[in-house]
Design a protein. Sequence first.
Length: 129
Amino acid sequence: MAEVVENFQCFDKEFADLDRVAKGNPRLLALFAYMAVHRDLLVAREARIELERRVEALEMDHVRTLADCYRGVWRAAESYRRGDLVSHGGSTWLALRDTEAQPGDGAGTGWRLIVKKGRDANTRKDGEK
């Protein structure tokens, strides 16, 4: 992009000289005007392409899937960032902010209960041991 802009800055200097040469020749003036418009369009196109590339890179950097967010069983020695999911005490917790606190230790720890532990299944029929 910088190279394109640099090349057109040189063209601007030459264009000023050509404009003086073309005085009295409408065809040359029209040609120079046409070239100037296309130069501006090319610079704008290059800038748009560069901007789209940067936006795409930023978007890809911020995309986290559920698989990326799940950190497994909570461990005391770990630091967790906002958006991380952990299992602790049979429940699933979401980190609301960067935290090292244990999930379920009360309000203000930075965790929100997402899935509460259910009861253990009892597969035995009444009276069976």
